[in-house]
Design a protein around this ligand. Sequence first.
Ligand code: GTP
Ligand code: NA
Ligand code: MG
Length: 369
Amino acid sequence: VAGDEKELRAPICCILGHVDAGKTKLLDCIRGTNVQGREAGGITQQIGATYLPAENIRDRTSLKAETAIKVPGLLVIDTPGHESFSKMRSRGLSMCDIAVVVVDITKGLEKQTVESLHLLRCHNVSFIVALNKVDRLYGWKECTNAPIVEALKKQSDDVKSEYKWRLTKVVTEFKENGFNTAPYYENNKKKKVVNIVPTSAESGEGVPDLLLLLVRWLPDIITDKLAYDDTIECTVLEVNEHKDLGTTVDVVLINGVLRQGDQVIVCTKQGPVTTIIRDLLTPHPMKELKAKGAYKHHKEVRAAQGVKIVARVSFISIAVPYEHGIHCQTIHCLFVFLQGLQYAMAGTSLIVVKPGDDLRQAEAAAMQE
Ligand code: GTP
Ligand code: NA
Ligand code: MG
């Protein structure tokens, strides 16, 4: 409810980790999608955004219907783990409230895991470790989507002992990097000791536990960050040319509300570009923003959400005034607008101009990286 002081927005959760640790696959397991299978070379090359409504999360956990979830949902940001995309990782992290660091249990901490830990410390962001690929332990007995403690009980002594020494090795490696960690089911100092959740993105063991920690425990420790407020905070992810929609700008709305008809400014290499929001699109819940698919249209969108913005200026709206004899120069200006938008720079802020705002000031704010 708007204006309610206790209203919390959806936390933004960034998924970080070394290449091929299973970040995208883990999200596919949660969403019931196959984004990873369609990536070129199985490598993520763009930041992704997926909204997970609280009710869908509840369905994947053992939470009873009467148990309240304090947040409306979770906006998950997938990042590339390949070493050449460090800029995207730090961009992803700069917009998030919490993070999940995915570690391959068969490999332990790797180069970009350590890089991620460094970023997390710099930004002072709380995180959970998903110790992924437990199904790769030799002789693992699959227990599809089971809570991890249940799944572990079903394993042979050999699997249990391999699990134990690999877990101990990972805990030691975290310690060497300055973090105290413990499996969450044995962790009674959750505020000081980082939780490890063993998972399999292949068969879903531990995924209910991970989701439960994200919606039940983390909002408590970051409540202040999640207080909803109207100040708009919005980061550009990428710009696309859509054959029907024209230039679209994918953004993560971190705080506030975007509305159709809002005048917005984006930062481009050529300077600030002003445009009007014609339409606001989101993928359906549990679907990836960057994956091509059906969109939902909205008059307004509340944070936190991944949004595809369609700008008002389009070839169609240019054709109409021309027939009414509009001056040639105006048309030229419209084309500059249209072209300018294509150069909106990833990682910069999208600024909304409110009535009475100083346009020059707003433009300057947009150009501040
Ligand atoms: P980048 O985005 O490129 O950094 O990789 P990623 O961390 O998103 O890993 P991705 O989801 O692409 O998974 C890498 C490979 O590991 C794929 O072949 C997945 O099928 C496989 N994989 C991921 N998670 C698991 C798991 O839990 N178990 C098994 N057996 N394979 C997994
Ligand atoms: Na990959
Ligand atoms: Mg990936």
